[in-house]
Structures are given as structure tokens and as C-alpha cells.
Design a protein around this ligand. Structure first.
Ligand code: HEM
Length: 183
């Protein structure tokens, strides 16, 4: 994945645990890259190894690390020049979620070699949506949960996310979202 993703993992760890812990995670992952370049594409393996090593060093499940990375991604990208994407693709969480593919297509103009995920959204009640998450990559569903929570925070809304099923059924992950304006 693009270096920007690995930089988000690094930024999250350094902000909460400090640079020596990040150095420990890099060493355990066997990833010696001195600094990731946002616009350079790295093998997916680098990201997976960093998440696995962070899980070991921090003593947290890999799913929790991925969820935290997803939540952090929204803040991190906003600080790195992508903040205007949010209002551009939606005034509410519901609108933005419906535009995720358009948003990634726009991002793909800059990140030409990216393999973006794809989402299908369906109404599932007055305050509920069903979200299909399609990806060429395995194991990133917990990151989607974090991304959705981060988005909700940015839009000052409340969200409950249920992972209905994994990609062993139909080849995609299905989420059910309950949306509410923040109290
Ligand atoms: C807000 C600004 C956002 C930007 C700039 C952005 C950009 C990107 C970039 C550059 C990648 C790496 C793809 C690659 O290297 O091949 C990526 C991956 C991904 N993005 Fe976004 N994204 C944003 C928000 C979101 C949101 C809100 C969601 C979902 C709710 C999302 C879901 C994902 C997922 C799941 C991946 C992992 C790739 C995969 O599943 O195969 N992104 N995004």
C-alpha cells in the first residue's frame, strides 16, 4: 500500500507510545525503512508485518490495532492535505458513506497505482444502512470499523457498527450501521 498508510500507523504509535516503541515495532517487523514516502507504493506485506508487530509489542489484538489505525486515518489524512475531501463528498456521514467509491476514485488521480476498496450501500431502516466492503486484500475489516467511527466523530454523529459477516460469505464483508446525530 502507499507509504501514506504506513506513515499513519507510525504516527499513531508515536503519538501514543513514543518513538522508541515504534523503533521496537519496526525491528520486530523486520522493516528497516528509515522513513516511508507517502507517494511511494510499498508491498502490502510491509503494512501487515507492521500491524502484526505492533500487536505483539503493544499486547493488543491485531484487530484492535487495525481498528485504531482506521480511526486515526481520518485525522491523519486531514492533517496531510486531504481534509477537503470530507466536505467535498458529503455533508453528513450517510452522504459520505454513499460516496466512498467516488472519493477513492478522486484520490486515485493522485495515487495512480492504488487498489482502492469498493463499497455498496443500502438503506436498512430510517437510521440504518447496510454496507458491503469489497477488497482485493484480506483481513482489513476491523480497519473499516475504525474508519467509520473516525468519520462519525468528524461529522459529529454517533454510529454503531455491527460486522454481520465476513468475506467467506459472498466474497465481501457486510456491516450494519446505526446512525444518529450526536447527543
Ligand atoms: C478521508 C480520506 C481518505 C483518503 C485520502 C483515503 C485514501 C486511501 C488510500 C491512499 C489507500 C491505499 C490504497 C493502496 O495503496 O492501494 C486507501 C485504502 C483504503 N481505504 Fe481509503 N481513504 C480515505 C477514507 C476512507 C474511508 C472513510 C474509508 C471507509 C469507511 C476507507 C476505506 C479504505 C480501505 C478499507 C482501504 C484498504 C484497502 C483495501 O481494502 O483493499 N477510506 N484509502
Amino acid at each position: 500500500m502507499y507509504g501514506l498508510v504506513n506513515k499513519a500507523v507510525e504516527d499513531l504509535v508515536c503519538a501514543h507510545y513514543g518513538e522508541p516503541t515504534w523503533a521496537q515495532i519496526q525491528a520486530r517487523a523486520g522493516v528497516q525503512t528509515p522513513g516511508f514516502v507517502s507517494m511511494e507504493s510499498y508491498p502490502d506485506e510491509v503494512t501487515y508485518k507492521l500491524v502484526a508487530a505492533a500487536s505483539e509489542v503493544l499486547g493488543a489484538p491485531a484487530a484492535a490495532v487495525l481498528e485504531a489505525v482506521g480511526e486515526h486515518w481520518i485525522l491523519f489524512t486531514a492533517r496531510h492535505g486531504y481534509g477537503e475531501l470530507l466536505p467535498m463528498f458529503g455533508a453528513t456521514l450517510r452522504e459520505f458513506v454513499a460516496n466512498l467509491d467516488n472519493m477513492h476514485a478522486r484520490v486515485g488521480l493522485t495515487f495512480a497505482r492504488m487498489r482502492p476498496p469498493s463499497f455498496v450501500v443500502r438503506e436498512a431502516g430510517p437510521q440504518a444502512l447496510e454496507l458491503e466492503y469489497h477488497s482485493s486484500r484480506e483481513g482489513l475489516a476491523p480497519m473499516v470499523v475504525g474508519l467509520l467511527k473516525g468519520l462519525a466523530r468528524t461529522f459529529a454523529e454517533d454510529i454503531a457498527v455491527e460486522h454481520v459477516h465476513g468475506r467467506e460469505r459472498g466474497g465481501f464483508d457486510l456491516f450494519r450501521l446505526e446512525l444518529q446525530p450526536a447527543a
